[in-house]
Design a protein. Structure first.
Lengths: 328, 328
């Protein structure tokens, strides 16, 4: 999912709600892939409420309403690949998301999310965005000169299912988003050493293959969202990740790899003994002995780009209690 | 010491020796403070050789010759505060350093260097600079729009011994240097979690005091160069650093704090028991319990801005063997 907004005030005087949002929008990342704990709850309350009220607004207008609650929510009314249009209204009324392609358009893609153990206190994305817009000397150049071109290129890459371009753009833009966070006063560090190591391993592997196999993107936190070009690559990726970031020995593998666990079978891993027996990836042969970082990742989630929210007909599948709206 | 160069090719076609150097020059940092293991050896060989050959060139020309060996060497022919002028010649013949003020001009400043334990393979600064010039979309904007203004402001701050401006410029520019490293393809991470923590502690302390007490700058590595506004502040800084980053219990404190150890007395620390008894800094009171990172710093160096190289009259003080030029 493509996030798009570019409402950076030229004068920096318009440091209002919309400007604050700028930083998030001008990152390019796959949304369904992003691990946002609050988002499902927001959508789980918002979407059924609209249906309940028999709201007949089109999806674009619903997206603008959702935008008032959260930037992530406005994009998440659609599945597949979504572009977030900045809009011009100061209050964000025309800030809507549009679907570029549904989830079936590019169904080779497989996503592995590394949820990274973090010991550091995190900066909230809202505070961070405000500080960046107010203090970074690079953010305006990024918003005006870099992002618009990348948005066009990313739309083209998605349209053509051009994985090398897609990966190059996603990785470069994720890194630049974090660069402007670092250029903030005081600086913001969302990524940690584990995030950096994951990037280094992916970059090394991609280079050794001659063409990108995996793209990465990082949101306002240390967790890596890794997009493999297909299922075969996803299995090789998970193999590498388990080699470098094994769980503590007493961990149940079943709680360390969540989501589509069938990829574990492709990797040939059934239990902790198999994890411990994994060979170093061939591209690491010059690093002897290859270092392992046990416990630096909390768990992995294997998933794929999905569809937007749907109203469940079977109440038992709901995660919220229909009587009081609280999590079951 | 102020490093100044801005030779970024507009067309990016001039990716030659001078362009490669650009990244280093456009950082602003205190040179004497930077921990460069190779530099003393280079100067120790270069400076006496010139004297031996009875070279009568002025310091500017010597600086241009030194530039051929290393960017750091050309600045290090002077003490105090030095500005590195880019020059126009492709081969760098007019790339020289000039002294803005000697070390006595601002003798309140005290420097504490935190040599950070690094488990990661480092990127060489030469390779990193080349990659950044070739791939960063932000480096040109930084070189053309941001650095020239900062250079002027930094000269003014040094002239007026204006510590708040000095600290703001040094910190912001160090962060922006690392931001463009992150905007490189593949991204370069010189700082690690320990570096980030040191920055966060300093920023928090400076904010709580209402005006900067300490400036920080990071070169092409994870080590923090911290500049305290005076000796009293340096003692408070070292106290905080020892609290957050105590050595392993079996460490001799004498090998953990190097250089001017007398600051330890100001801190009231004589042995490991005193380190363990240090109270949390008052600005950390909302972080209960305050986390400690034992072993994450290898050692500290306490020093001050110094003078340039001098020819030793007492041979016994030399670090190199006069007969074979090898370290004693």
């Amino acid at each position: 999912m493509l996030r798009i907004r570019k409402r950076v005030s030229k004068s920096r005087k318009r440091i209002g709600r919309n400007c604050i949002c700028t930083l998030l929008l001008i990152t390019i990342s796959l949304l369904l892939l992003v691990w946002l704990p609050r988002l499902p709850v927001l959508l789980a309350l918002f979407f059924p409420s609209l249906k309940l009220m028999n709201v007949k607004e089109d999806q674009g207008k619903l997206s603008a309403i959702a935008r008032q609650g959260s930037g992530s929510a406005c994009r998440s009314l659609y599945g597949g690949f979504v572009k977030w249009i900045m809009g011009k209204d100061e209050k964000g009324s025309d800030s809507i998301a549009v679907q570029l392609a549904d989830e079936k358009h590019w169904d080779d893609l497989v996503i592995v999310i590394a949820v990274v153990s973090s010991r550091q206190k995190e900066t909230s994305s809202t505070t961070g965005m405000r500080d960046t817009v107010e203090t970074s000397m690079l953010i305006q150049h990024r918003a005006q000169e870099v992002v618009p071109k990348r948005i066009t290129q990313m739309e083209e890459a998605i349209k053509n299912r051009d994985f090398p371009s897609f990966a190059h753009l996603a990785c470069a833009d994720s890194n630049q988003f974090h660069a402007v966070c670092l250029d903030t006063c005081p600086p913001i560090f969302y990524m940690n050493d584990t995030s950096h190591r994951i990037i280094s391993y992916v970059e090394k592997w991609n280079r050794s293959e001659g063409t990108p196999q995996v793209a990465y993107t990082f949101d306002a936190g240390p967790n890596a969202v890794l997009i493999a070009r297909n299922r075969k690559v996803a299995a090789l990726l998970l193999q590498r990740l388990l080699f470098h970031f094994p769980p503590h020995s007493d961990t149940d593998l079943n709680s360390y790899v969540l989501g589509d666990k069938s990829i574990l079978q492709d990797v040939g891993v059934q239990d902790m003994k198999d994890v411990e027996a994994l060979p170093p990836p061939p591209e690491m042969k010059d690093n002897i002995p290859t270092q392992k970082y046990k416990g630096d990742v909390s768990y992995f989630i294997c998933t794929r780009p999905g569809k937007g929210p749907v109203l469940l007909s079977d109440e038992s599948q709901a995660l919220l209690n229909p009587e009081n709206g609280l999590p079951k």
